[in-house]
Design a binder for this molecule. Structure first.
Ligand code: SAM
Length: 344
């Protein structure tokens, strides 16, 4: 749906019956419809049914729905995948998001109203176990934990490839990866930029795991790790670039502004800050992913956190003393890269 435009009746029904639309997509991916049509473009409904083991009646229901949704093109005597479906679900990794949505997002989101009323992630009731976050609860459910990790990995792979395509790091020498997690981003970036040195900052338990991952890729000479509570501890001052990837959406605006000011103080003149997240447009009415997904944070994941807009990030960077902003938009999964330079 295009951001901010008035809804049509068809779009309204697509939302009302959105759970059926999702199940059509999920079934097509799981049953192998898209792979079948990629192998045999021009196949009819009966051919597809035979290939994937469905009777003509259910196969007709599925294929008619898929054509109505624009996922499959043609008519019942000859069909092909929509080009985007080929790109995302046959050649790409987007199929990895579907079990996460099916088994985690959709069951948990049934509690959205209660979560909104009580401002707490009450969707967790669908995931038995201990702890206040989805991560804690899934410790005791390896299948769902795998679905969550598959989703996170597919997202990271897609968005990091796009970050690299912007080539903003080509002129950096030492990168601070703030809240850099277990080192996945740092490892990919170090491989792409052989002259880049990286320091991953994260909590102690996390950097211990990061150090092991980095060593297993033979990159310990160029990627250092440092246990650091980025709100309470001093940041290193010898880097020329700071990356905050998927860090700001977790915190409140007050904490984010404090962190950006702290990064500003740690960088040299002409040092750059890179903010890399799903970003809402300045009107805060799109893109769809960036305005819808925060409801999952509230209802299921943690009970807090959201995505912010380009202009909010720019206001926070300006307030901290950054200038010469650059926006790199239209990246995978509604991501944007917002860059600011410390004024000399
Ligand atoms: C959503 S993850 C992002 C990881 C990575 N940057 C990425 O793009 O995948 C947020 C990271 O922030 C780290 N973190 C949370 N609180 C922190 C703190 N006070 N100091 C340092 N790191 C923290 C978490 O351990 C986690 O690795």
């Amino acid at each position: 749906m295009s951001a901010g435009s008035e809804i049509t009746e068809d779009q309204l029904y697509r939302i009302m019956y959105g759970s059926i639309a999702f199940e059509m997509l999920h079934a097509a991916s799981e049953l192998g419809v898209f792979d079948c049509l990629a192998r045999t473009p021009g196949a009819g409904t009966l051919d597809v049914g035979e290939a994937i083991g469905l009777d003509p009646y259910p196969c007709d229901i599925l294929m008619t729905g898929l054509r109505g949704l624009g996922l499959v093109l043609g008519d019942e005597s000859g069909m092909s995948n929509a080009p985007l479906v080929d790109q995302c679900f046959v050649k790409g990794e987007d199929g990895r998001h579907l079990p996460f949505i099916h088994d985690i997002v959709n069951p948990g989101m049934r509690e959205f109203i209660a979560a909104a009323r009580q401002s707490a992630n009450l969707g967790l009731e669908h995931f038995p176990g201990n702890g206040d976050s989805l991560y804690d609860r899934l410790e005791s459910d390896p299948d769902k934990l795998r679905s969550l990790h598959d989703h996170l990995r597919a997202t990271s792979n897609a968005v990091l490839a796009d970050l690299i395509r912007t080539d903003v790091l080509a002129t950096s020498h030492h990168l601070l990866d703030i809240g850099g997690g277990t080192g996945t981003n740092a490892i990919t970036l170090a491989k792409r930029y052989p002259d880049l040195r990286i320091t991953v900052l994260d909590l102690e338990k996390v950097v211990t795991e990061a150090a092991g991952n980095i060593a297993s890729h033979g990159l310990s000479d160029r990627i250092a790790v440092q246990a650091c509570d980025v709100f309470d501890d001093a940041l290193p001052t010898d880097a020329d670039t700071a990356l905050l990837a998927h860090m700001l959406p977790i915190w409140s605006p007050e904490q984010d502004r404090k962190l950006i000011r702290k990064v500003h103080d740690a960088l040299p003149d002409e040092g750059r800050i890179l903010l890399f997240d799903p970003l809402q447009n300045d009107e805060r009415n799109g893109p769809d992913y960036a305005v819808l997904f925060p409801a999952y944070y509230l209802t299921i994941a943690s009970g807090h956190g959201t995505f912010y807009s380009w202009s909010t990030y720019e206001d926070w960077m300006r307030e901290a003393g950054f200038t010469r902003f650059q926006r790199f938009g239209d990246l995978a999964v509604a991501h944007g890269l917002h860059v600011g330079v410390k004024q000399s």
